[in-house]
Design a protein around this ligand. Structure first.
Ligand code: SF4
Length: 79
């Protein structure tokens, strides 16, 4: 399981999540931040600091948000 950063990040890219992540698994991509799903320990710390509520647990993703998990996996070369 992992948390996933979704569409609101694309317009915001605030980056607060990076500073609170205890395992440093969030990286800045070209158009948004990404959580490495292989390293995320599911602590949820990033969720509350995101100013645009862009971060969701993998299993809570809507159909529209689902592609963002794949986008993160591609970014980290997991797919
Ligand atoms: Fe990092 Fe925790 Fe957020 Fe996963 S849930 S990205 S480990 S802060």
């Amino acid at each position: 399981m992992a948390f996933v950063i979704t569409s609101p990040c694309e317009a915001e890219k605030a980056g607060e999540c990076v500073t609170v992540c205890p395992v440093d698994c969030i990286e800045k991509g070209p158009d948004q931040y990404f959580i490495n799903p292989d390293l995320c320990i599911d602590c949820g710390a990033c969720v509350s600091v995101c100013p645009v509520d862009a971060i969701f647990e993998e299993y809570d993703l809507t159909d529209e948000q689902q592609p963002y998990l794949e986008k993160a996996e591609k970014f980290f070369g997991i797919l």
